[in-house]
Design a protein around this ligand. Structure first.
Ligand SMILES: Nc1ncnc2c1ncn2[C@@H]1O[C@H](COP(=O)(O)OP(=O)(O)O)[C@@H](O)[C@H]1O
Ligand SMILES: [Mg+2]
Length: 258
């Protein structure tokens, strides 16, 4: 691989007796789109939380553009260009779509919390307008976030994560809670918007059709380890992936336990 944009070395995380990440070594090329799969509890969110500074690793190192970012604060990591969305939407339901975006832009551009400047400054508004268009939510700009469809609310949530123009974006289950008919429409908008800036995208996903359609590379997690790292055509046929990931998803979708 040419110079990776992001690299983790021997990354481990224990919660008491639970090993949520075990000696993970992986590197990502600029502009890659990577799908992270794995059953519930496999360690996917923990991996994302460590890269974005929300959880300190027990051991190991995270490097971004050759800089050691291990143990930096989430805010400082975001400023360097690694942003994320959460499994649970971070949208403010009592604000309009535009107000949500303006808030996100203001936070991203303020030197510190507690130093928020007036939200409707022209340059903030301009940035918010660009994002509204790019994420296909301009039509809802004055609607309350609580009145949006699930799909539009997810778009707003992701749009709020990218206001600072990240180089790496991590999305924790961007299509969860979305009807299968709406998923590709949502992902088309997100992927088109991000490809324009050659963003490296890592997203956690349970729907294998979405994985197959949008990613260059699959990382399959099982018990805190990466059990497969391969292009989707290969990864989704891998015997271990079939057993420990896809089999579990099928049982979960059928109403069984993951
Ligand atoms: N803050 C935490 N405290 C204790 N255990 C945790 C915490 N976060 C995650 N875990 C445990 O770590 C393992 C991996 O969790 P997680 O990364 O959330 O999995 P996934 O996102 O793949 O469903 C699970 O066993 C989970 O219970
Ligand atoms: Mg998770």
């Amino acid at each position: 691989m040419a110079q990776p944009i992001l690299e983790v070395r021997d990354l481990s995380k224990n919660f008491g007796a639970v090993t949520a990440a075990s000696n993970i070594n992986v590197a990502f090329a600029p502009g890659e789109t990577v799908g992270i799969i794995g059953a519930n509890g496999a360690g996917k969110t923990t991996f994302v939380n460590m890269i974005t500074g929300y959880l300190p690793p027990t051991r190991g190192e995270i490097r971004y553009r050759s800089q050691d970012i291990t143990r930096k604060r989430p805010r400082d990591i975001a400023r360097l260009g690694i942003c994320r969305s959460f499994q649970v939407s971070q949208v403010f339901v009592s604000l309009s779509v535009l107000e949500n975006l303006l808030t996100a832009v203001a936070i991203a551009s303020s030197p510190g919390l507690g130093m928020l400047r007036p939200l409707r400054r022209p340059e903030l508004l301009e940035r918010a307008e660009v994002i509204l268009e790019r994420y296909d939510i301009a039509a809802y700009r004055d609607q309350l976030a609580s009145d949006l469809s699930q799909g539009a609310r997810k778009l707003l949530d992701i749009a709020m994560a990218v206001v600072s123009g990240p180089k790496v974006l991590l999305l924790d289950e961007p299509t969860s809670g979305i009807s299968s008919g709406e998923k590709t429409a949502l992902m088309d908008v997100v992927m088109d918007a991000l490809k324009q800036d050659e963003v490296t995208i890592l997203f956690i996903e349970h729907d294998m059709e979405i994985v197959e359609r949008y990613v260059d590379r699959v990382l399959a997690f099982y018990q805190g380890e990466i059990i497969c790292d391969a292009p989707p055509a290969q990864a989704l046929r891998d015997p271990q992936v079939l057993q420990y990931v896809i089999g579990t998803e099928i049982r979960a979708a059928a109403g069984g336990h993951a």
